[in-house]
Design a protein around this ligand. Sequence first.
Ligand SMILES: [Zn+2]
Length: 313
Amino acid sequence: MKIMDGHCDALTKLYVNPKLDFEKEDQELDVSYPRLKHAGVKVQCFAIYLSDSIQQPTFDHILQMVDIFHRKIVSHSGIRFIQNVQDWHEVEAGDQIGAILTLEGVDALAGNLTHLRILYHLGVRSIGLTWNYANWAADGVMEPRKGGFTRKGKLMLRELETMGIIADVSHLSTAAFWELVEGYNKPFIASHSNAQKICPHPRNLSDDQIKAIIQCQGQIGLTFVPYFVDSVNLAVSIPGLLKHIDHVCSLGGERQIGFGSDFDGIEQWIKGLRHAGQYENLIEALCKNYNETQVEAFLFGNWRNFMLTNLPK
Ligand SMILES: [Zn+2]
């Protein structure tokens, strides 16, 4: 079965530790070529995320990560960079794994919309507006003042819409989420978030937020971060994740469900989902609970529909 994963932080690990090898099965890398291949991951999103350890993130840091993406990931003969619908179709028809480049947090763009456009030229196709805290554009969900977008942030949103870069609301504050719903006229995604109703964490989506994503025909990447799956049990297992699927379905979002693992961005894992090579455990659990059409849609088909509609032609 084909799989698409809407979010991982392997690039950050490769940036922090240049010795890690994407081409080999490396215990320290949840997402590596052998693991993706073993699991049947057909399309993987790679986020440029400048970790907290970088005191003053600059555009140069972003460029260094774009360089790593090219040298260490896309350079592999089994990987193909997806920048448009045509690339997607070619990946689907062939043996290669597709890689989509995304940005998590616009901090390092420092309000410069030229930098934003350069990222588009470099192939970045989705942008998460914030990480957990405030930046020049908007507040993140853990920022105590709970603000929305700045004036410059709203200009950036308009630019994303014009260029056709997909807006990603995972990590965004609630106020900014609703401003985006008002001011952004294209479908948007939450690449790695779960349902608050099942696990009341601020990083998860409220029912109203899930409904807004369904309304705009966006996409939700349900995530494997244990404390976003279950707030009660310490040992989180795959059935806990399925509760989020059932809940989003109950709100009418069956066609909006995908996965966004957050592999390589986490230090705790769901039992049975320790790394990308273990997707087979998720597939097995899905097949016990849903019919084949649904399982295929959750793993790949829903993301596929979204991307074919929202990637540049
Ligand atoms: Zn994240």
